[in-house]
Design a protein around this ligand. Sequence first.
Ligand SMILES: CC/C=C\C/C=C\CCC/C=C/CC(=O)SCCNC(=O)CCNC(=O)[C@H](O)C(C)(C)COP(=O)(O)OP(=O)(O)OC[C@H]1O[C@@H](n2cnc3c(N)ncnc32)[C@H](O)[C@@H]1OP(=O)(O)O
Length: 239
Amino acid sequence: MNRPPVNSLNTEHLEQLHRALVRLENEKCRGMILSSSSPTVFSAGLDIREMYKPELEKARKFWRTLQDMWLKLYSTPYPTVAAIHGHAPAGGCLLALSCEYRVIVPNVKIGLNETQLGIVAPQWFQDCMRNVIGERQAEKALIAGHMFNTEQALQVGLVDEVAADKAACIARAEAFLASQANLPLLARKTVKLGFRNSTLSRLMTGREADTKIFIEYIFQPKVQKGIELYLQSLSKKSG
Ligand SMILES: CC/C=C\C/C=C\CCC/C=C/CC(=O)SCCNC(=O)CCNC(=O)[C@H](O)C(C)(C)COP(=O)(O)OP(=O)(O)OC[C@H]1O[C@@H](n2cnc3c(N)ncnc32)[C@H](O)[C@@H]1OP(=O)(O)O
């Protein structure tokens, strides 16, 4: 990902990610490392400006593009690793959770923090967390909007490994891909999809309902007010 300053996910960036995933699949890619050009941020999650006073059709397109990108990422036939050498809140955490393996560096915060922002992580975000860390830990983390530090993320199983820095992180991600290289492709892909199918189907069969929930939620005046205040707090911080 290379969308400075924080790889926030707007419609255009989501479309680029989606196109890249389609291309990799068409080219029979043998593995992907999802990484960031930023030295300190993996991805800041959804671009909050896409949810602030949007036009209805633009908001619908934004959400459908996010769904498209995620459905592709979660179901890739090739192995995927997230090299998390920077913070990964909310949608950034979703990207990492959607890969098959996660390597993280020290001093990083990662989690589905939506509750803390007064918004709600959609069901499929929650499913991804549950599938990685289990029901009990996911429920606790989601209710609190907990951001895990590196050590906590490793302990709870949100990530698989800690590496010292970006170079080591990429090297460990490559080692994971190498460990998968000799597995029969069809068997590997079939098992992966078997594990992920119910999560994928839940969104695929409820896409329109999920979009409706998003639209009805963000168009509420009190949610708009919350987003406005949050945007102000973010820009004051950097100002
Ligand atoms: C019943 C209802 C059910 C369902 C409801 C349905 C849907 C609701 C939608 C729910 C889904 C939400 C998923 C999300 O992903 S929401 C986004 C959450 N993301 C965050 O909270 C991250 C916020 N950012 C940060 O914490 C920090 O920026 C970060 C740690 C990533 C990096 O810190 P750093 O100090 O390096 O940078 P900053 O100075 O903070 O930021 C630099 C500039 O970037 C802007 N910025 C940061 N994050 C975002 C963002 N997510 N979107 C847009 N812009 C962002 C920030 O404002 C700075 O901008 P300038 O002031 O420099 O212009």
